[in-house]
Design a protein around this ligand. Structure first.
Ligand code: SF4
Length: 322
């Protein structure tokens, strides 16, 4: 399989300004030494609770954040080494769909103008060609082009997210990062937008990274899943393998949090996540999950477990699976 994206030992740290004289500045380790690949045409779901670093990771991959260390290779080229022209070309191929389409769409601009913008910035096409592309893409995402003269607030939340997707499609991208793209929508609208993303994937063979805190959503859309906890990968596998065979206690807790359709069938040994995600400024010693892990051992408090392959393509970072 052709690798589209390679992330190697990536770290994104943020230094916080201290308001106390003489105290050392605090460092947030939002992305803490991650390595993974994304193959052409796949949908990699990245899941974890809020604050686990998944959105920072998405923005760093698109160079919307700095990186502290490591490599991000798109088709073999390090994106942080590209000059302005090459980076602009790359931006055509890599697009992002955000959680809140209302804040990512300028409320003072009509939808037609918002959709025209990416092609105008990249100096692509005549006015007539841009108009034709707007009509084509609006139809593609299920919005009648006659509404292109309306403002974003005149659309529903689901329609605004469709417009956000349309904007990402205007430049014929190859790779799209969806960051909590359906989290703000009602469940029924979520399903419609997820199905739209899947239809577009089938038609155009896009590659997606789909970031969400909701495992049900990630499981629905992804072909492979990567579970993050406090800036690190704790488990990753093909979707079928992870659903049937998850090993890490954190992954188990995320699956156990699914509402049971039959209360009698509820697993008595279900792992319930207690407490909040610890601060990435001062993570716990050893395995970062140990204060919340029902299976923590003495060793877990001392050493961070390496991410090890337990079967082809299935990796886990847990001392239970050395
Ligand atoms: Fe739990 Fe220990 Fe595994 Fe961490 S390494 S998930 S604390 S058992």
């Amino acid at each position: 399989m052709e690798k589209l994206l390679e992330v190697k030992n990536l770290k994104t740290y943020f230094t916080l300004k201290s308001d106390r004289i003489g105290s050392r500045p605090e460092v947030v380790k939002a992305v803490n030494d991650l390595s993974f690949d994304v193959n052409k045409g796949e949908i990699l779901g990245i899941v974890g609770e809020s604050g686990c670093g998944k959105s920072t990771l998405g923005k760093t991959i698109l160079k919307l954040n700095h990186k502290t260390e490591g490599e991000i290779l798109f088709k073999g080229s390090e994106i942080f080494d590209l000059n302005d022209k090459d980076l602009k070309d790359l931006r055509r191929k890599m697009q992002m769909v955000f959680q809140d389409p209302f804040s990512s769409l300028n409320p003072r601009k009509k939808v037609g103008s918002l959709l025209a913008q990416p092609m105008q910035i990249h100096k692509l096409g005549t006015k007539e060609e841009i108009d034709a592309k707007i009509d084509e893409i609006m139809k593609e995402v299920g919005i009648n082009p006659v509404y292109k003269g309306r403002f974003p607030h005149q659309f529903s939340g689901g329609q605004r997210q469709r417009i956000g997707i349309a904007r990402a499609l205007m430049l014929n991208p190859e790779f799209i990062i969806c960051d909590e793209a359906v989290s703000a929508l009602d469940v029924s609208i979520q399903a419609q937008v997820l199905n739209l993303l899947l239809d577009l994937h089938d038609k155009y063979k896009f590659t997606y990274i789909f970031i969400a805190h909701d495992l049900a959503v990630v499981e629905f859309i992804s072909t492979r899943i990567l579970v993050m906890y406090l800036g690190k990968i704790v488990e990753t596998a093909e979707k079928k393998e992870l659903v049937g065979n998850h090993f890490h206690p954190y992954t188990k807790a995320l699956f156990d949090a699914f509402p049971a359709t039959d209360p009698k069938g509820r697993d008595e040994r279900a792992t319930v996540l207690m407490g909040d995600v610890p601060s990435p400024i001062n993570p716990p010693s050893g395995c970062y999950f140990h204060p919340r892990c029902p299976r923590a051992m003495d060793k877990c408090k001392l050493e961070y477990p390496p991410l090890k392959e337990v079967s082809p393509g299935h990796k886990v970072a847990c001392w239970l699976h050395e």
